[in-house]
Design a protein. Structure first.
Length: 115
């Protein structure tokens, strides 16, 4: 069973925007602390953005002011709006959900920033 499924990735030019979505199923989404991670070729997995159950957000320094994480508990979905994108943002982006000892993650969606 796939508990988290990402979508919205693709090819975008530098300076462009993309919005990723991650739909959850099989667990009570509103209880979960949600995150977006990314992994670029040859690099370790990096935490990009987080959102708590009460909508507090956090970002890695490299995306502050450019990316926005949000969630819609009615739709069991977490989003990542990516603006002013840079080639360094190229990676596989995946979402992650945690609540206590429960932990789910998705397979990811490819994002490529290139002209």
């Amino acid at each position: 069973q796939l508990h988290l499924v990402e979508s919205g990735g693709g090819l975008v030019e530098p300076g462009g925007s993309l919005k990723l979505s991650c739909v959850a199923s099989g667990f009570t989404f509103r209880y979960y602390y949600m995150s977006w991670y990314r992994q670029a070729p040859g690099k370790s997995r990096e935490l990009v953005a987080t959102i708590t159950q009460d909508l507090r957000t956090g970002y890695v320094d490299s995306v502050k002011g450019r990316f926005i994480i949000s969630r819609d508990n009615a739709k069991n979905t977490v989003y990542l709006q990516m603006n002013a994108m840079e080639p360094e943002d190229t990676a596989v982006y995946s979402c992650d959900g945690q609540y206590g000892t429960n932990h789910y993650w998705g397979r990811g969606t490819q994002v490529t920033v290139s002209s």
